[in-house]
Write a protein that binds this ligand. Structure first.
Ligand code: G6P
Length: 483
């Protein structure tokens, strides 16, 4: 552990997760292994240049790991007790806010003890940020788990610049209004100077919540709040997140990865068509709708002989009831499709309830002729972008839900309403039967957009806007002020 030096970090990231996982070391002790998320890839250069700190939770119940350096980054690990894991993480974050913000696909639960835990844990994060930040530092807070941090931090440290980015959708007011603590959440967020959302529609929804839940006046993308020392302007705008496009395209170009991709195809026997789904096992991802459509297509023979769907469903939030139920339902449906339409040596669905390294994912993306990204609601969906980044050969087609942030950007995808099973079936068939020239035209258009705006551009444009004022902000769609 490094000695604790306080108030000396010019750049502080506050996110619910640390960018490392705790693993068992070779000597039986514990070690930290980098978890290669998009966020850390984007922020690492900024962190290094500014000698920044990253505050987050390790993912286990227990005491705080405290400050330490890993892989050249300064990390501050906070702890959650077993009760806080239940009430804050599994409860308020993932059984209240997550379903509420994803258009109540599952029923959100409202419990006052969960809210109390949310307030207490947000306070812990805010205090840690206040301790780390140098005078005048920039602090970037991330996602729905930490919406109260901006206000709590501002109360302690009026000198720092605070940005907040919401990685998931911000719901329409009629849905958000169900939250018994809607006013506190909006006020918590308004502690920031700049609020970033995935889509304009999310920023617009937030501005509406400012008017309706708190009675504030908004003008374009700006909200003005009165505070004891005078009034302050906050900006809410869209900054669609991206991925490390060049890094992933480079992995997909490697000989070993391409060889692995051929091995995958060989292992499938002689499939007629390879389709792929890659998701966290989450009810927002529309896996059941996708399986229903695919099962009917297999039964009708519309995809030709022996199609194969590889469905990677990585384990997620397994102690939350809605996730356990979903797993059972998915596994029943996979079993039914394979039982009814498989034969010895052929299974229509290859279901993988596992997580894989980036190389293996790139090999799967290269093997897939049709990529199915069909969430019922998704803030962005980076899997769609990963598929496009990997297709250096400009082959392959993407079926993409209208209800993802990515649909605003990836114009070459086959857009679909995942609730419309017949429409989903027709779109999958259309994507599978596209001529190679048309598939290439579409893929090229998507790759152009993706290579222009990668995750480094995303981080830079957010931070430049935060540090340089509002001029660079894309205003959220204008809406009438009072409603
Ligand atoms: C989404 C959220 C992230 C979250 C991730 C994994 O992408 O936007 O904030 O970290 O899911 O979920 P988990 O509950 O494992 O942190």
């Amino acid at each position: 552990m490094s000695p604790i030096k306080q108030h000396d970090r010019d750049f502080v990231v506050v996110a619910s997760r640390l960018p490392v996982d705790r693993v068992e070391g070779t000597d039986g002790g514990q070690e930290w292994r980098p978890s290669p998320g998009g966020l850390v890839t984007a922020l690492e250069p900024v962190m290094r240049a500014a000698g920044g700190a990253w505050i987050g939770w390790s993912g286990d119940a227990g005491p705080a790991p405290g400050p330490f350096d890993a892989d050249g980054l300064h990390l501050v690990g906070l702890g959650l007790s077993e009760t806080e894991v239940k009430r804050f993480y599994e409860g308020f974050c993932n059984a209240t806010l997550w379903p509420l913000y994803h258009d109540v696909i599952a029923v959100p639960q409202f419990h006052r003890s969960w809210w109390d835990a949310y307030v207490a844990v947000n306070r812990r994060f805010a205090e840690a940020a206040a301790e780390q930040a140098a005078p005048g530092a920039t602090v970037w807070v991330h996602d729905y788990q930490l919406q109260l941090v901006p206000k709590m931090l501002r109360e302690q440290r009026g000198d720092v610049r605070i940005g907040f980015f919401n990685h998931i959708p911000f719901p329409g007011y009629e849905i958000f209004a169900q939250l018994p603590w809607r006013r506190q959440v909006v006020e918590g967020l308004l502690g920031a100077d700049l609020l970033g959302f995935q889509r304009r529609a999310d920023a617009t929804n937030f501005l509406r919540a400012c008017r309706r839940a708190v009675g504030l006046t908004t003008r374009g993308s700006t909200v003005r709040v009165s505070e004891p020392g005078g009034s302050r302007e906050i900006h809410a705008a869209a900054f669609p997140i991206s991925i490390d496009v060049k890094g992933l395209a480079g992995i997909a170009r490697r000989d070993d990865v391409r060889k692995r991709s051929r091995e995958v195809c060989d292992a499938l026997g002689e499939p007629g068509l390879v389709l792929l789904g890659v998701d966290r096992l989450d009810y927002t991802k529309g896996i059941l709708h996708r399986l229903r459509a695919y099962g009917e297509l297999v039964a009708s023979g519309r995809l030709g002989p022996r199609p194969v769907l590889i469905q990677v469903a990585s384990p997620s939030r397994e102690r939350v009831e809605a996730y356990r139920t979903l797993r059972d339902e998915v596994e029943v449906m996979v079993g039914r499709i394979n039982g009814e339409h498989g034969e010895v040596g052929y299974a229509p669905v290859h279901y993988l309830h596992q997580s894989y390294p980036r190389e293996e994912m790139a090999a799967l993306y290269l093997a897939a002729e049709v990529m199915l990204v069909t969430p019922l609601r998704d803030g962005m969906n980076l899997v769609a972008k990963e598929y496009v980044a990997c297709r250096n050969d400009e082959n392959g087609t993407l079926v993409l839900s209208e209800f993802t942030g990515a649909a605003d950007e990836l114009a070459g995808a086959f857009l679909v309403n995942p609730h419309d099973i017949d429409g989903l079936k027709d779109t999958i068939v259309r994507a599978a039967q596209t001529s190679p020239a048309e598939a290439r035209r579409r893929m090229r258009a998507m790759r152009k957009r993706l290579f222009e705006y990668d995750v480094a551009r995303w981080a830079a444009s957010f931070l430049e806007t935060l540090e340089g004022g509002i001029s660079a902000a894309q205003p959220a769609a204008a809406e009438p002020e009072a409603s």
